[in-house]
Design a protein around this ligand. Structure first.
Ligand code: MD3
Ligand code: FE
Length: 216
């Protein structure tokens, strides 16, 4: 028998359970980070980041774009997924193979095999950018998980409950971390605190978050 001095420490990719159905995979995307960020640049060259307007008329502080067959949009008439970028009147750029593969692998590691997203929402945060507590409920059904990949400067993620007023936990999300939310956790309220000043070697003063969804 070998003496394992580290048996009490989680292995690098051991899922950290937020609650049943929701896990954090620390550093899961680290090895692909450069390739993912390069693909974000390529995507944003054809579908530029923009600040969407909420149905209530407010400009979102997060800048967004999408890739894949469907993209998430918001305007005065509501929130929805659609195949066309309203800013360019073209289809959203294709989902890069590296995105698809990472989403599949992360969902698999979290216990959701065979995840084939048809939408990837790309969020860009700068210092001061926040995302208020919300549920993701514009997708066609809630049987599929959402896979989220954090890149660049760290953020404080808010993990709430089934109701908006439920007390939210704070969870630090760093470069390379992946969150997978599905099953009983799929409709949890969640958000992101205003991004602190920071600097990351690969992104500068920016945080990029990719969320993979099955929207159609
Ligand atoms: C929990 N994005 O794009 S990712 C979003 O960091 C969004 O940009 C945040 O919330 C961000 O909608 C958080 C983690 C996440 C994503 C989707 C979830 C957590 C989730 C869906 C259900 C429950
Ligand atoms: Fe969300």
């Amino acid at each position: 028998m070998t003496l394992d001095l580290f048996e009490h420490l989680p292995t690098p990719h051991e899922p950290e359970l937020l609650e049943p159905g929701a896990v954090v995979l620390r550093g899961f995307a680290l090895a692909q980070a450069a390739e993912l960020l390069q693909a974000v640049e390529v995507t944003a060259a054809s579908a530029p980041f923009r600040h969407l307007i909420t149905p209530g008329g407010k400009r979102m502080s997060v800048a967004m774009t999408n890739c894949g067959p469907l993209g998430w949009i918001s305007d005065r008439s509501g929130y929805r997924y659609g195949p066309v970028d309203p800013d360019t009147c073209k289809r959203w750029p294709p989902m890069p193979a590296a995105f698809r593969q990472l989403a599949l692998n992360a969902a698999d590691a979290a216990g959701y095999p065979g995840f084939t997203p048809d939408a990837c929402l790309i969020n860009r945060y700068e210092p001061g950018t926040r995302l208020s507590l919300h549920q993701d409920r514009d997708e066609g059904n809630y049987d599929h998980p959402i896979v989220s990949v954090s890149l660049g400067i760290a953020a404080v993620f808010l993990w709430g409950g089934a109701a908006r007023a439920d007390k939210a936990r704070r969870v630090g999300l760093r470069h390379g971390d992946v969150v997978v939310c599905g099953g009983p956790a799929r409709l949890r309220f969640h958000g992101v605190l205003p991004l602190a000043l920071g600097e990351h070697a690969m992104t500068g003063a920016v945080r990029i978050n990719l969320t993979f969804r099955k929207a159609g």
